[in-house]
Design a protein around this ligand. Structure first.
Ligand SMILES: Cc1cc2nc3c(=O)[nH]c(=O)nc-3n(C[C@H](O)[C@H](O)[C@H](O)COP(=O)(O)OP(=O)(O)OC[C@H]3O[C@@H](n4cnc5c(N)ncnc54)[C@H](O)[C@@H]3O)c2cc1C
Length: 237
């Protein structure tokens, strides 16, 4: 999952790098042309990203079917939660309470979609590659979002909140991005395999699990990150 994610981040970053150079970005005389080309191969070698996405979900499904990974218990809890009245459980107000709450819900969204698609298709899930790709993207995003959060929380515990303002901003920007990707892929997957009441309930569940109770001003957060970089005159993290 990290290979897939980081190779695509690298591609995005080098693409933006070409853009920053404008017309010169396209020329081999500027450094980004080489960086862009070098980044491109990372999505192909060490297992192409398409194959690795399917591997991630396939491995999880196989472990669950072989009894090595318990997806049934949390899956059943989610089903019960979706059938019951909406929960009024809200996050606390300490630093990262809301982000932890959001990530906990995102995990439920992933379990709901990946678990239900595995139940519907069983061993034939491998023939539903588009759905596996959706589940893989959801899985990757929740994994990265939680890693970003844990890493920033660790930094804050070492350096204090004020010294980590830019990292905190990056964490929030990332979590919002992850929520959007998870919701989009979840919706596409659900509408590909669920019908009628099941589709309605799952789409409602997805909305419930892809919610950020207090919206972020990502424009300001992005400016805050950019200001820190401009002030530091380089990559300061
Ligand atoms: C610079 C470079 C260095 C390399 N280094 C090594 C090395 O050190 N060791 C090594 O073993 N190999 C190496 N390789 C080979 C590399 O691992 C393969 O190119 C890679 O695994 C893809 O295989 P392929 O080229 O046969 O493409 P194919 O398998 O033909 O795939 C073509 C495209 O179709 C997609 N695709 C295939 N099957 C599916 C599917 N079922 N569903 C959806 N999409 C699919 C692939 O993702 C890919 O985008 C290197 C390649 C390059 C270019």
């Amino acid at each position: 999952m990290m290979k897939v994610h980081s190779s695509e981040v690298l591609q995005y970053v080098t693409d933006e790098g070409v853009q920053l150079y404008g017309g010169m970005g396209f020329s081999a005389d500027a450094p980004m042309e080489r960086a862009y080309r070098d980044a491109r191969i990372a999505r192909i070698y060490e297992g192409t990203n398409e194959i690795n996405r399917m591997l991630a979900v396939g491995t999880m499904a196989r472990r669950a079917m072989g009894g090595k990974l318990d997806l049934m218990t949390p899956g059943a809890q989610i089903t019960q939660e979706l059938m019951g009245p909406p929960s009024f459980d809200m996050p606390g107000s300490e630093l990262f309470d809301m982000e932890k709450w959001v990530i906990n819900n995102l995990k439920k969204a992933v379990l709901m979609v990946a678990g239900q698609s595995a139940m519907v298709f069983g061993p034939k899930l491998s023939e539903e590659q588009e759905i596996m790709m959706n589940s893989a993207d959801m899985l990757i995003e929740v994994y990265v979002a939680e890693s970003v959060l844990l890493r920033t929380a660790k930094l804050v515990s070492q350096r204090g909140e004020a010294a980590c303002a830019a990292q905190i901003a990056m964490t929030k920007v990332y979590i919002e991005h992850a929520v959007d990707i998870i919701e989009k892929n979840g919706k596409t997957a659900i509408n590909s395999f669920a019908y009628g009441d099941m589709q309605r309930i799952m789409n409602m569940g997805l909305k419930r699990y892809c919610k950020i109770p207090q919206s972020y001003n990502t424009k300001e957060l992005r400016r805050q990150i950019a200001d820190a970089m401009i002030e530091g005159e380089g990559y300061i993290f």
